[in-house]
Design a protein around this ligand. Sequence first.
Ligand SMILES: NC(=O)c1ccc[n+]([C@@H]2O[C@H](COP(=O)([O-])OP(=O)(O)OC[C@H]3O[C@@H](n4cnc5c(N)ncnc54)[C@H](OP(=O)(O)O)[C@@H]3O)[C@@H](O)[C@H]2O)c1
Length: 302
Amino acid sequence: MDRTPASKIIDGKAFAAELCRRIADRVAVLRQAHGVTPGLAVVLVGENQASQVYVRNKGRQTEAAGMNSFKHALPAETGQADLLRLVARLNADPAVNGILVQLPLPKQIDPQAVIDAIDPAKDVDGFHVVNAGRLATGGAGLVPCTPLGCLMLLKDRLGDLTGLRATVIGRSNIVGKPMAALLLGENCTVTVAHSRTRDLAAEARRADILIAAVGRPEMVRGDWIRDGATVIDVGINRFEGGDGKARLVGDVAFAEAVERAGAITPVPGGVGPMTIACLLQNTLTATCRQRGIDLPGGAEAT
Ligand SMILES: NC(=O)c1ccc[n+]([C@@H]2O[C@H](COP(=O)([O-])OP(=O)(O)OC[C@H]3O[C@@H](n4cnc5c(N)ncnc54)[C@H](OP(=O)(O)O)[C@@H]3O)[C@@H](O)[C@H]2O)c1
């Protein structure tokens, strides 16, 4: 029987559902007061099965929030020039407020060239160098969805993060680096660990907030967790158990970590659902900025 106290679990699924509901309310206000409906274009190249599922879910949730969803599915052999032409068209289309090109892309296309081509004002993934630069320098840009979702969960659980020690394991441009910048912005003392870190367990043990964004099943063990720490597990790993059945596990050995952690996100049902909710949040933010409209719900909604 699972004896985990429910109070330790950070329920990202419930938080994301509530966030999506609030976004839908704000979209309705925007439409009523300004006649504006946010539009999100999602571009999928090829037939990667996981990407197809993500894109379908994104489209469904965009519409559920009352936004327009534009899907562009291109064949796997699409050339880079054709994709860049589509991005240019979407950049110029006033009905499109957010553009997301689903990664990974087929190998004939350089993902950086595509990210660079997206108008930073419509870059709802927050991957464009202008948005990365704004995040690094404390400006108002669009923030990558997964770390933004992690920060929302942390602030909801802990309130003010000032002075807390945070360790982020992973330094990707998509998760680790923007997560570290966000935590620094909240006045945490931040350590970024990676594959060359000398004593990873010791760096983790120092942390009041531990973020694992690695992509290695259950790498973070229970004795890496400081008593009472808040643990955010970003990892999504397909793992084959002894019974031959595949299941999803995080980067943290949950059963061990939950014994020591004060609070922890499960996998699935933790960070994952926050990513799409934050994509919708970014689309709403981008729309308001493009139109010079105050965000319905005020600064609290950013
Ligand atoms: N929940 C979501 O919505 C969501 C969204 C995005 C990603 N994810 C998941 O989050 C995980 C990380 O994603 P990502 O895109 O950031 O991955 P990534 O680009 O592969 O980066 C992984 C990072 O982990 C570090 N690393 C790898 N092995 C390590 C080790 N043994 N010890 C310490 N650090 C190690 C790497 O260090 P180096 O830089 O030194 O190589 C790298 O910085 C994946 O499981 C991914 O599926 C989930």
